[in-house]
Design a protein around this ligand. Structure first.
Ligand code: COA
Length: 175
């Protein structure tokens, strides 16, 4: 039985992530999608919100587990003795350098941690979580960029966050 993990921030999960999840799930017996923290990023969704969105988006898929971890991916790998490989998606050559560095760092931290790359499907190569957030905050249509079951939830949540930011900025100007 081969098990892979697909790590990421998923802030929020997009059709690009779902493309990799669907395809990786046919290559392995089990795929664990793990929500992790990149300490250099600030997030719109909490870890539990990101997990819940992923759970809804993959509800129909049989061999998927959603998990989260507050720590190094290499340590998660060490703790899960059932995991064989890390899966990452590559959208363009611009992703390569960063992903290559992460793959080597993870292997250096845990020699068992091999990474395999799956090229993103052509229609998802331009999608990113921050692009989705920007479109949603200005009231744009997200339906082509995020899974349909979570599209309304993401739009509502991000619009509310943006309105709150604008309200706080206006308050500051009044001071
Ligand atoms: N389709 C669409 N978008 C994709 C994508 C795909 N196939 N693959 C990646 N992306 C996007 C994401 O939406 C995200 O967009 P954003 O920058 O606009 O938010 C961006 O590409 C980066 O994706 P992600 O894989 O989530 O990278 P990250 O830098 O946010 O997080 C972690 C990577 C969380 C896996 C990494 O930081 C980590 O392992 N953290 C734990 C601590 C650790 O071990 N650090 C690493 C030591 S090397």
């Amino acid at each position: 039985m081969k098990t892979a993990i697909y790590p990421g921030s998923f802030d929020p999960c997009t059709n690009g992530h779902l493309d990799i999840i669907k395809r990786a799930s046919t290559m392995f017996d089990k795929l664990i999608v793990v929500v992790l923290i990149n300490p250099l990023k600030s997030y719109s969704f909490s870890i539990s919100e990101r997990r819940a969105l992923l759970e809804k988006a993959t509800m129909e898929m049989k061999n998927i587990e959603i998990d989260s971890y507050d720590g190094l991916l290499a340590d998660y790998f060490t703790q899960r003795s059932d995991v064989d490989v890390i899966v990452k998606g590559l959208r363009a050559t611009s992703d390569f350098e960063y992903e290559f560095q992460m793959a080597h760092t993870n292997k250096d931290l845990n020699p068992r941690a091999e990474t395999v790359f799956i090229p993103a499907s052509a229609n998802t190569t331009f999608i990113s979580s921050s692009m989705v957030k920007q479109v949603a905050m200005f009231g744009g249509d997200l339906s082509k960029y995020v899974p349909s079951v979570i599209h309304k939830e993401i739009s509502t949540r991000l619009k509310a966050e943006f309105e709150e930011k604008k309200r706080l900025a206006a308050l500051k100007q009044d001071l």
